[in-house]
Ligand binder design. Structure first.
Ligand SMILES: [Cu+2]
Length: 240
């Protein structure tokens, strides 16, 4: 088989093997690519934009490399062409990309605790999340109850979390719902969630916190907003 055909076959195999793997990523319960809230949708959009941009740049580099290899006989490039490539590809393109990513990242960071969060404190559902080695304690101030490794919340209502730690630094993350936030001893970090639909969403600790770090998963259970009684019963049942 000619060398060029062999290479095309290799790319075809990569595509065939890679596509099901990507599908597995999208369907995982911890996937940011199956968003269930506005913030998570922004994270997913950022991910897809970065993946598309990386793909386009990679393709461009491959085309340029193949084009250079095919020049027969090899030619030394014009000085002016080299300068244009260096300025456009080495200076302007990375600067614009980094500035755009920074602006998008800052906007997403603000969404963790937006300016309107203070004004909606009355209607929000409040939970204190306390991380321990190696489990999660959820306290519900209005209900005088607590649950372990399960966070019960209403869907379609702003949720205000106060995230704390009892020992070392942990990281709170429900990938389909929000960004990550550290639980730091001696500090109270605030996170706002808003879950679109009732359901169960997987969460994990994302800061290495000792030998039991991997066994610190938890579940966020979102109940229908109009059935607050069911939520309260679920919390009390879990607390017994
Ligand atoms: Cu942890």
């Amino acid at each position: 088989m000619p060398a060029r055909k062999q290479m095309s076959c290799r790319y075809l195999w990569l595509g065939l093997v890679g596509s099901p793997l990507m599908a597995g990523c999208v369907q995982s319960p911890l996937s940011t690519m199956a968003p269930a809230s506005e913030v998570a949708r922004s994270v997913a959009t950022l991910w897809w934009s970065m993946a598309a941009g990386t793909g386009v740049i990679l393709l461009l580099m491959v085309v340029l490399a193949l084009w250079a290899l095919r020049l027969n006989p090899p030619q030394s490039p014009h000085r002016r062409g080299v300068r244009v490539l260096l300025i456009a590809g080495g200076l302007i393109l990375p600067s614009v990309t980094i500035i755009l990513l920074l602006a998008f990242g800052l906007r997403l960071n603000e969404a963790q605790w937006p300016p309107q969060a203070r004004a909606e404190a009355q209607e929000a559902f409040h939970v204190d999340v306390i991380a321990h080695q190696w489990w999660w304690e959820m306290r519900y101030p209005g209900l005088e109850s607590r649950t372990v490794n399960v966070l019960h919340v209403p869907a379609g209502v702003p949720i205000h979390l106060r995230i704390m730690s009892n020992d070392v630094i942990h990281g709170f993350w429900v990938p389909r719902v929000s960004g990550k936030l550290d639980a730091v001893p001696g500090r109270i970090n605030r996170l706002r969630l808003f879950v679109d639909e009732p359901g169960e969403y997987a969460g994990v600790c994302v800061e290495y916190c000792g030998e039991g770090h991997a066994s610190m998963p938890f579940t966020l259970v979102a109940h229908p907003a109009d059935n607050r009684e069911a939520l309260q019963q679920a919390v009390r049942r879990a607390a017994q």
